[in-house]
Design a binder for this molecule. Structure first.
Ligand code: NAG
Ligand code: NAG
Ligand code: NAG
Length: 221
């Protein structure tokens, strides 16, 4: 490597262009990033601002849907993790400084047995007047999205959390570097996360029976 000829100006330019295009799209192979892209595209299409994809908020969104422990019925019942979970569980698990947590100004959670592509997941999360209202709220400034499967696969959870926190310094990682959180994928960290990473390792099958028959449920703030 050290003895190889210097790269030609042309390949250097190609590399620069490649780097530029990666940072512009801000996505790699990550369904949560794609969901944020769908959220922002729909917002800007309706004259709302594009939201900052805060990786700390993305990780918290992943913790949030994991807190349902695979129970789709709880999503449908509009149950939510207790607020204390943010400081006591979600922030520490993510390596996010609990003092930097911003206010949550909206949430969209969906759960279903089948894994779908992010665009379809967007359609599940935003499917009525109330969810559209939450999506387009002018009070949001940043967004975090996540997806995770349960017990080897189904059911699959999708979650979007919105916050009015300033993009600068809210939901900040201790040490400044996003912490990987598997199973599952979250937005904003610019990390590769294939659909395979969404699936939780198979456990003892305790939750398998729960998912049977559940097609789809949606919850919002
Ligand atoms: C935004 O999403 C809603 C619900 O899925 C859809 O009906 C609408 O056409 C979308 N708008 C744009 C501009 O994409
Ligand atoms: C929990 O947080 C939500 C949203 O931030 C808020 O609307 C609700 O009042 C809080 N509940 C409690 C019990 O503090
Ligand atoms: C962001 O926060 C840092 C440290 O808290 C501060 O120095 C900087 O001025 C802030 N930038 C903006 C644009 O608010």
């Amino acid at each position: 490597m050290a003895t190889s000829a210097p790269a030609s100006p042309l390949s250097f330019l190609a590399l620069l262009l490649l780097l530029a295009s990666t940072s512009v799209t801000g996505t790699t192979n990550n369904p949560a990033d794609e969901l944020v892209a769908a959220v922002n595209s729909n917002r800007t299409g309706h004259k709302s601002s594009s939201l900052f994809a805060n990786p700390g908020l993305g990780c918290v969104a992943l913790e949030y849907i994991k807190a349902y422990k695979g129970q789709c019925g709880d999503v449908g019942g509009n149950m939510r993790p207790p607020n204390s979970s943010f400081t006591e569980i979600f922030a520490p698990d993510c390596g996010v400084d609990a003092k930097s947590l911003g206010p949550i100004t909206g949430r969209l959670i969906a759960c279903q047995t089948k894994y779908v592509k992010p665009d379809e997941a967007f359609g599940l999360l935003v499917r009525d007047a109330r969810s559209l209202e939450i999506l387009h709220d002018k009070g949001h400034r940043e967004v975090g999205a996540a997806t995770v499967g349960t017990d080897g696969g189904s059911p699959y959870f999708w979650g979007v959390l919105f916050s009015s926190g300033g993009a600068n310094g809210s939901f900040s990682f201790e040490g400044g570097v996003p912490k990987p959180n598997r199973p599952g994928c979250y937005s904003g960290a610019n990390d590769d996360c294939s659909a395979a990473a969404v699936r939780a390792p198979a456990g003892r099958g305790l939750l398998a029976a729960v998912s049977a028959g559940v097609l789809f449920v949606l919850a919002y703030l």
